[in-house]
Design a protein around this ligand. Structure first.
Ligand code: KMH
Ligand code: ZN
Length: 280
């Protein structure tokens, strides 16, 4: 477990799009390739070092189409130096088989959610055989997984993955607590600390995000407890009461400012690669 004294800089992940918001409701949501490239550039300049990508098609709908995914990975790599992570969670409607094919786009990193969760009125499905297969395929393809923990039971499932398959590619184990999803663990400091306290000893770093109004409390809790940060419009579209986020870089810049105030400034992309065990 990363203690406050061990964590110096702060890894800031930006999750700019997600699969849940509609472009029609939120025109500033980056959904096109040009918008993703602009987002990557501006968020890196603001202090992000990792980008968690969900891809949209020509109609701005979530897609796992291999062509769209490859084009996005290549374009974001060309735009700068961010670690590129593709979501394997996709949307709640994506079939498990297709979610495995995300790895064909050869990102630096992939998300790997450690269990099934009620997700509002829907179910975000992650049965053990899927998690296990994704883990092994990521190992074989030298892609670093980021373990998404929506609930305390997911921490225990991570233990099972590590016991069953050994360490992931790169030898590091980074987890992200996704709190405040209706159906998952709440975005409270108490719940976050319970999760951190249960982490297996192989875990080398952790971050946290709070959905919606959990955003700021989780940022403060993670920073004070030695964790890293994830921000972005996938998780939260309100900058402050009455003000909708205009661009993802606003959220990154505020996270970087708070991290610097806490004497844990935003990490460089090189530092992030070393932290996560990403191959050169
Ligand atoms: N869109 C959610 C159903 C992930 O990216 O891996 C799942 C999700 C997690 O966002
Ligand atoms: Zn996601």
């Amino acid at each position: 477990m990363t203690t406050p004294s061990a964590a110096t800089g702060t890894l800031i992940t930006v999750a700019p799009t997600g699969a849940e918001h509609a472009k029609a409701d939120l025109p500033q949501l980056p959904t096109t390739l040009d918008e993703l490239v602009d987002t990557a550039r501006r968020c890196e300049a603001a202090g992000a070092s990792l980008i968690h990508l969900h891809i949209r098609d020509g109609e701005h709908a979530p897609t796992l189409d291999a062509g769209y995914l490859r084009a996005a990975v290549e374009a974001v790599r060309e735009a700068g130096d961010l670690v590129v992570q593709l979501s394997t969670g996709g949307s709640v409607h994506d079939p498990l088989e297709q979610r495995l094919t995300v790895l064909d786009a050869e990102p630096d990193s992939c998300s790997l959610t450690c269990g099934t969760t009620n997700f509002g009125d829907d179910v975000f499905l992650n049965p053990w055989p899927f998690m296990s297969e994704l883990y092994v395929q990521a190992q074989e393809r030298e892609i670093v997984p980021e373990f998404e923990l929506f609930d305390l039971g997911h921490v225990h499932a991570l233990r099972r993955l590590l016991d069953t398959h050994g360490l992931p590619f790169g030898g590091r184990v980074h987890v992200d607590f996704v709190t405040g999803v209706p159906g998952g663990m709440p975005a409270t400091t108490a719940a976050l600390m319970a999760g951190v306290g249960m982490l297996p000893p192989e875990v080398t770093s952790w971050s946290a995000t709070g959905i919606g109004r959990g955003h700021l409390p989780m940022m403060a809790a993670a920073l004070s407890a030695g964790g890293h940060l994830r921000v972005g419009m996938e998780d939260n579209v309100v900058f402050r009461r009455g003000q909708v986020v205009g661009h993802n870089d606003e959220l990154v810049a505020r996270a970087a400012e708070l991290a610097a105030l806490m004497q844990r400034p935003a990490m460089s992309t090189d530092e992030a690669r070393a932290l996560l065990g990403i191959k050169d």
